[in-house]
Design a protein around this ligand. Structure first.
Ligand SMILES: Nc1ncnc2c1ncn2[C@@H]1O[C@H](COP(=O)(O)OP(=O)(O)OP(=O)(O)O)[C@@H](O)[C@H]1O
Ligand SMILES: [Mg+2]
Length: 492
């Protein structure tokens, strides 16, 4: 009974793009939303992180564009620049064969350049609220022929204080329109907005027992504040993630952590709202390309980020609330792939873990912080594996004479041990000093929560080009990773 994209009655140009993107079958949110979108219904969509909400609104949106018309027909509003770019790239791909013109519009980019791009008559604009308002006021964007509006990550726009901007954008769009509202979480204020601005919206809520996707294994580690950093580096050594994101509570924390990681020999960089747009983009690009192994980020900096290959998320500081936990760990385990999330808690913060577990309806397993010996042991194991694979695959004749000479002079065990020692990345003990963060207290205890990471002003997200479509879809029946098909499997 699995629904296919074909069943949804999409046009051939869209089918072509979708298959080029490697999508095999619609994800549950897509299967439910696309038909409603095509029928011009208002939709409130809620589904877990990484389950394809972008294409859920993107596919019907593109289907409804009349490419012959030379004006803006749809507006997508997203909370951050990086997200605006990421969404517009996904829409560009979906609309590629149909030749839909999509333009991202965001603050921090030269406005005159944007005005020039707007003169090329894009069909769809993907923008951040502030810059959209700016263009509306300058009359460089006219929304009088817009038939579809999408609010992506509505909860985050609310958190960032964009509500008035959104109201003002919506009031510039004809009332006869379709409004789609998407979010991974759906707090009450968002429901109220929906009541005010949408017409009999259909609520599409992908049923899930838990708020987090099942393919992320979740752990917490109880430790003292001052031990966290050593534990982080040991975990990085033991788990050797493909790509990892480390979350810190504040911008200062992110700066200090990325410096400290660099000092210990990891390639790490940080992103947060105080960095320039150019710096944030280049860091994200390097991370996507794998030139950086560890991305250190504040909460908001990583919301909505879609980077394939993020295998591990470390909550170096416990997140402020369950919602931010859900978004943080949702940077891994996307599109059906597996992921691991480790949350560090000090003894006084244990209540927060309980609170998160209650909200997400999912227990985290307790993980014992690894010891230094365990870290060294696992590094040695990696060396041994490397040696094994070299013996199996390389032609070693060039080295054999030297090996013989060494063996004549020394005991064989010593020679091998020395080689292993030389090749093993020993845990680096360079002293690092992090400014301590005060523990967070569970809300339920009525104590103040840390307020030094105000969400507003710290918005930055991922954008940039994604890797080509050779990502497999974490498809359980298919063990080989690198095929061209991406299949949705995590909620079946
Ligand atoms: N039907 C599909 N088959 C395979 N891959 C898909 C499918 N739909 C979407 N994807 C891919 O899954 C990834 C996650 O999608 P997307 O970013 O839209 O998730 P999301 O639900 O918006 O997550 P978040 O809540 O974190 O914003 C993207 O790389 C996207 O291209
Ligand atoms: Mg999204």
């Amino acid at each position: 009974m699995t629904l296919t994209f074909q069943d949804l009655g999409l046009s051939s140009s869209l089918m072509q793009s979708i298959s080029k993107m490697g999508f095999e079958e619609p994800s549950p949110i897509q299967a439910q939303t696309i038909p409603l979108g095509l029928q011009n219904k208002d939709v409130i969509g809620q589904a877990q992180t990484g389950t394809g909400k972008t294409a859920a609104f993107g596919i019907p949106l593109i289907e409804k564009i009349d490419v012959k018309k030379e004006h803006i027909q749809a507006v997508v509003v997203a909370p951050t620049r990086e997200l605006a770019i990421q969404v517009s790239e996904e829409l560009y791909k979906i609309g590629y064969h149909k030749r839909t013109r999509v333009l991202p519009i965001y603050g921090g980019q030269d406005i005159n350049r944007q005005i020039r791009s707007l003169k090329k008559n894009p069909h769809i604009i993907v923008g951040t609220p502030g810059r959209l308002i700016d263009h509306i006021n300058r009359k460089t964007i006219r929304l009088n022929a817009v038939h579809t509006v999408v609010l992506d990550e509505a909860d985050e726009m609310l958190n960032m204080g964009f509500i008035e901007d959104i109201e003002s954008i919506l009031s510039n769009v004809p009332e006869e329109r379709q409004t789609l509202l998407f979010s991974a979480t759906m707090p009450d204020p968002i429901r109220r907005i929906a009541e005010k601005f949408m017409q009999n919206p259909e609520l599409v809520k992908v049923k899930a027992k838990e708020m987090t996707v099942p393919n992320i294994t979740q752990y917490y580690l109880e430790t003292q504040e001052r031990k966290k950093f050593d534990i982080l580096t040991r975990l990085l050594d033991i788990q050797s993630p493909e790509l990892a994101i480390v979350f810190g509570r504040t911008k200062r924390r992110v700066d200090e952590l990325s410096e400290a990681l660099t000092l210990r020999g990891y390639t790490a960089e940080g992103i947060h709202g105080d960095l320039t747009q150019a710096k944030r983009m280049s860091t994200l690009r390097k991370f996507k390309e794998g030139a950086i192994e560890v991305l250190v980020a504040t909460d908001v900096a990583a919301r909505g980020l879609d980077i394939s290959g993020v295998t591990h998320v470390y909550n170096f500081d416990v997140p402020q609330d369950p919602e931010s936990y859900v978004h943080r760990i949702g940077r891994t385990g996307r599109a059906g792939k597996t992921g691991m999330a480790m949350t560090f808690v000090t003894p006084r913060e244990l209540d927060i873990v309980k609170n998160i577990e209650r909200t997400t309806k999912r227990k985290m397993d307790r993980m014992k912080p690894p010891t230094l010996d365990e870290a060294i042991e696992s590094q040695q194991q990696m060396t041994v594996e490397k040696i094994r694979s070299i013996i199996e695959s390389d032609n070693l004749s060039f080295y054999k004479r030297t090996a013989e000479e060494l063996l004549e002079e020394f005991d064989a065990q010593d020679v091998v041990a020395a080689a292993i020692k030389f090749m093993t990345k020993e845990p680096n003990s360079v002293e690092v000093k992090l400014t301590e963060e005060a523990p967070l207290y569970s809300k339920s205890k009525g104590k103040n929560r840390s307020s030094n990471n105000r969400r507003r002003g710290d918005y930055n997200r991922s954008g940039g080009q994604k890797k080509p479509n050779n990502r497999s879809y974490g498809d359980r029946d298919r063990s080989k990773g690198n095929n061209n098909k991406r299949r949705y499997s995590n909620s079946k």
